[in-house]
Design a binder for this molecule. Structure first.
Ligand code: C2O
Ligand code: CU
Length: 546
């Protein structure tokens, strides 16, 4: 078991990893630390099709009546290329939406006018290591980082956010996150709702104090669970109502929350018709009674309001589910585990821990849709959307030796294979040969670790949305420890695992195996839990692709 490796052996592994990997790739062992505050200049040989400037500022915006709310806001400007490349949202803290086409060469000039170090990461995009927004590239106030890359991704609903060492959660919470939409010819040829009928919605939770200021608490209990706000905001607005015409819509849903997991369903029993996930359209639409959406994940939903009267409403709710085990994580394990899980979660426990009156796994409204006008449209959902070539286990370079990543959470620590995040710390098992397909298993206490740890080390069973930078992956299989089955049954019908993914929710007692290509680019690419408090606690590591 990786976490039982003794210290000496760990040092050896570290040494082997560093000499083999770092010495040849980077001349200095402290390469990453040396990059902070260096910024990056435009390359003279890069001819962009689209050039964008993003400026990060501290501003006050009117979210409520009364005092304005101080936020960290990104302002966007198109310097070259189509004006549609940037859509600013003046009325909200949400960062501008970036809209690009596959194949475009883009230059993004990031200017940091915040009183803090910061860097932006393009979540889900397949870009060179240096353009990926690794925390090592954080820039200081007044500095500039120029990103240049070609859009290789297929059409899809990606996003971007701050990725600054140990303060990602706070910075995203303060406003440093936006949507990143890629389109391509194949998608444009489909008869899907477009223009104003294609709506992107970032779902987040926030807590505002009585002066309308964002409240963020990062004491240890809060960080263990992850921040939970007491109010849902959509595109930065509380009590969000989407006015629609009586016709079909394409709704793109992002969970941009720090830690909150949603179990989304229409309140009138209309099934959730999923047409896309993190990395773009599915092969065919899939209908679910509800859809799980973990931090970092996206779902695209097709929904038809035709035949509905003007004035009628539909609510998108998050339904109740059993999420995690707190407090009584140890003792009750032997024999009484189920009782412990149920008891630990359903009651006011989450509330006590988070200070939230909107506990994780409770039932609440997320947004409302209001039919505001009639429309004449004959909308038909295409039965077939795109071709998704399934990745095959036998094509993986490590088909017989999956890279196991053990997720563990103990008091004060959130670890991957027993390790916490450190810059310039690549171990032998984190080195990946470029242009290979890899099988990777995220093990959240499935392989016995939890049962043992529970009794002894005080391990906490929590869901972890696991994200890997770079290319999109495919989910190969899910396995659940039967002792966790009752809680699992409250969420499992809501997983959509058939398309291209960059983030996958791994429930307590579960092991999720994925197939991920590491093509084209060498260098450092992160993998981490997208519960941003967990990430900041160190539940994050680098792969070195070489
Ligand atoms: Cu959306 Cu490394 O993150
Ligand atoms: Cu986590």
């Amino acid at each position: 078991m990786p976490h039982t490796i003794n210290i000496q052996r760990r040092r050896l592994l570290k040494f082997a990893g560093l000499t083999a990997a770092m010495a040849t790739v980077y001349p200095f062992l402290s390469y990453a630390q040396g990059m902070i505050g260096m910024g990056n200049q435009a390359a003279s040989d890069f001819e962009p099709d689209v050039e964008i400037e993003l400026t990060q500022e501290v501003v006050d915006i009117p979210i409520f009546r009364g005092p304005e709310t101080r936020v960290w806001k990104v302002f966007g400007k198109v310097l070259k290329g189509p004006e549609t490349a940037i859509v600013n949202h003046a009325e909200s803290y949400i960062a501008p939406t970036i809209q690009l086409q596959k194949g475009q060469r883009v230059r993004i000039i990031l200017k940091n006018n915040l009183p803090a170090q910061s860097i932006l990461h393009w979540h889900g995009m397949h870009v060179p290591s240096k353009m990926d927004g690794n925390p090592m590239y954080a820039i200081n106030q007044g500095q500039t980082f120029v990103y240049e890359f070609k859009v290789l991704n297929r059409a899809g609903f990606y996003w971007y956010h701050a990725h600054t060492h140990s303060v990602t959660a706070k910075q995203v919470y303060s406003g440093l996150a936006g949507l990143f939409i890629v389109s391509d010819e194949e998608e444009r040829a489909l008869d899907l709702p477009r223009g104003e009928y294609d709506v992107a919605l970032a779902i987040q939770d926030r807590t505002f104090d009585d002066q309308n200021q964002l409240y963020y608490n990062s004491h240890m209990m809060q960080r263990m669970q992850g921040f939970l706000g007491n109010q849902i905001v959509v595109n930065g607005q509380p009590d969000y109502v989407l006015p629609v015409a009586s016709r079909a819509y394409r709704l793109r849903l992002l969970n941009g929350s720090n830690s909150r997991i949603y179990k989304l369903a229409w309140d009138d029993g209309t099934p959730m018709t999923v047409i896309g996930v993190d990395g773009g359209l599915l092969e065919r639409p899939e209908r679910r009674a509800y859809v799980m959406l973990a931090p970092g994940e996206r779902r695209e939903i097709w929904v038809d309001f035709s035949g509905k009267k003007v004035g009628s409403e539909m609510t998108l709710r998050s339904l109740s589910f059993e999420a995690s085990m707190h407090g009584g994580m140890m003792g009750g394990m032997r024999g009484g585990m189920m009782g412990g899980m149920r008891g630990g979660m359903m009651g006011g426990r989450g509330m006590m821990m988070s200070g939230s009156d909107l506990p994780l796994g409770s039932d609440y409204a997320v947004l409302k849709v209001k039919v505001s006008r009639q429309a004449q449209a004959q909308d038909k959902l295409p039965e077939y959307l795109t071709t998704i070539k399934p990745l095959r286990l036998q094509d993986a370079a490590n088909a017989d030796t999956p890279r196991n990543i053990l997720l563990s959470m103990r008091h004060m620590s959130a670890l991957l294979n027993g390790r916490s995040y450190e810059m310039d710390d690549i171990r032998a098992d984190e080195i990946i040969p470029v242009n290979t397909l890899q099988v990777i298993a995220f093990d959240n206490g499935f392989s016995g670790g939890m049962g043992m740890g529970m009794g002894m080390g005080g391990m906490m069973a929590m869901p972890h949305p696991m994200h890997i930078h770079g290319e999109q992956f495919q989910v190969l299989k899910r396995e659940i420890d039967p002792r966790f089955k009752p809680a699992y049954e409250s969420v499992e019908a809501g997983f959509v695992d058939s398309g291209w993914k960059d983030t996958v929710l791994v429930m307590p007692g579960e092991k999720v195996t994925i197939l991920k290509p590491f093509n084209d680019y060498k260098g450092v690419f992160m993998y981490h839990c997208h519960n941003l408090e967990h990430e900041d606690m160190g539940m994050m590591r680098d792969f070195l692709v070489k």
